[in-house]
Ligand binder design. Structure first.
Ligand SMILES: Cc1ncc(COP(=O)(O)O)c(C=O)c1O
Length: 422
């Protein structure tokens, strides 16, 4: 077999075995991972990334630079989710009520391995919004207590605090972040200044959805913990981009949407809570008797739930591992560099995302100077079928461009060319 068909075989053999018992499945996964590794010795080989792109079934002619809004599933994940759905519909009561317990726990383990934490620290939820609600709902705060929320938080990171806590008379402190910081310390300093003796929680986004800026969660967690402050993180825009070791990050809670850069089926999310911080958490939803379970599973006590998507998340993690965390991260950093260097020296464009390695990765925001971003976004779509997200707030007026593993360098060339024409 030539290298193209070998890789295709590897991916499809994974899809075909997604439902088999774990032993057989792991063996085939090993083989596929090994094959992929041999094929990708040269990380700069563009033909490999074209093969990756071929695993996604985008609408004809579409250039998708909007992964930060919502990710696509590769065919492997689509196929396996559909097969799980067919099984469920063949015998609904069997699979919904206990038939997939072992498989569910396997998904939990895979997710925990991906984020270098313990499976007893992972709950399988629906999205980041739910995770942020769990955090805000859980805290026993008193009038006058303070929660710090930077000004770039997504509504899913602010509204839960307003809804569950503000009416108790707590204070939401909203420090303003720089758009183009030059170092992590600059951001840490903003948070340091916002802390007072009344601060109880820092709820912070890991990667901003506005300009893709990465915030230094580890440094802020260390500073917070020295003062007895809890740290909850919104990871909607970072999970699946660069390698994340949750113990190393040191935060207490971490909520992510698996349907963005991790390519899981829509409606799957991940919630992490450090062992020693789990005592603070209360379930948002309670149903069956085992809601009194003290393990992290008490946060996912939904009764009837979306099992095909949950098990499809397991396949999405297989897919993530097939390419490999390091290779994915290196690719996104390479694309970032490729995209930025095509425009950076041209005065008609202004990047609204910090350039430093530790301050951004897969999301880059660029302004077409002198043009309203909403108009530029529409023109890009109408004339070039390029989808991306306009960001007009925060004095940004820029296009949010998401780079992903399905983005090829020729896609970036197409985008750059379109931007020049505009
Ligand atoms: C930073 C951030 N947080 C939370 C969310 C909400 O994600 P979901 O709808 O998957 O809960 C988004 C969605 O774009 C986001 O960008």
């Amino acid at each position: 077999m030539d290298r193209r068909s070998v890789l295709k075989y590897s991916f499809s053999s994974l899809a075909a075995t997604a439902l088999l018992g774990s032993g057989i499945r792991e063996q085939l996964l090993d083989k596929a991972t090994h094959t992929a590794a041999i094929l990708t010795e040269n990380a700069n080989d563009e033909s490999y990334w074209q093969l990756v792109k071929n695993q996604f079934d985008f609408e004809k002619g579409l250039y998708y630079f909007n992964n930060a809004s919502l990710g696509p599933c590769p065919k492997l994940v689509v196929d396996s989710t559909n097969q799980f759905r067919a099984l469920l519909d063949g015998f609904p009561s069997k699979y919904m009520w206990g038939g997939w317990q072992k498989e569910k726990e396997e998904v939990r383990t895979k997710v925990a391995n991906m984020f270098s934490c313990d499976k007893e620290e992972i709950a399988l939820i629906h999205n980041t919004t739910e995770g942020m609600n769990i955090m805000a709902f859980s805290m026993d705060l008193n009038p006058g207590d303070e929660v710090i929320l930077g000004n770039h938080e997504h509504p899913s990171g602010t509204v839960p605090w307003q809804h569950w806590q503000e009416k108790k008379g707590i204070k939401l402190v909203r420090p303003v972040l720089p758009i183009l910081p030059e170092s992590k310390e600059e951001i840490v300093e903003v948070y340091r200044k916002a802390i007072t003796p009344r601060t109880k929680v820092i709820s912070m986004v890991h990667g901003t959805n506005t300009n893709g800026m990465i915030l230094p969660v580890k440094e802020i967690s260390q500073m917070a913990h020295e003062r007895g402050i809890l740290v909850g993180v919104d990871a909607a825009q970072t999970a699946g981009t660069f390698k994340i070791d949750l113990h190393d990050l040191e935060c207490d809670f971490y909520a992510a949407s698996a349907h963005k850069f991790l390519f899981a089926p829509k409606g799957m999310g991940i919630f992490y809570a450090k062992q020693e911080s789990q005592k603070y958490l209360k379930p948002l939803i309670v149903s069956r008797a085992h809601y009194t379970d003290e393990s992290i599973r008490r946060l996912e006590n939904y009764n009837t739930r979306n099992y095909p998507e949950l098990l499809g998340l397991g396949t999405a993690v297989d897919y993530y591992n097939l390419i490999g965390a390091e290779k994915r991260e290196a690719r996104m950093r390479d694309l970032k560099h490729y995209f930025r260097s095509a425009l950076e020296s041209n005065k008609k464009f202004k990047f609204k995302t910090p350039a430093a390695k530790e301050l951004s990765c897969a999301i880059q925001n660029v302004e077409v100077v002198g043009r309203k971003v909403g108009e530029v976004k529409n023109e890009l779509f109408d004339k070039f079928k390029i989808d991306c997200r306009p960001m007009s707030g925060y004095r940004i007026n820029g296009l949010r461009i998401s780079l992903s593993v399905f983005t090829t360098k020729s896609d970036v060339d197409y985008l750059v060319n379109a931007l020049h024409k505009i």
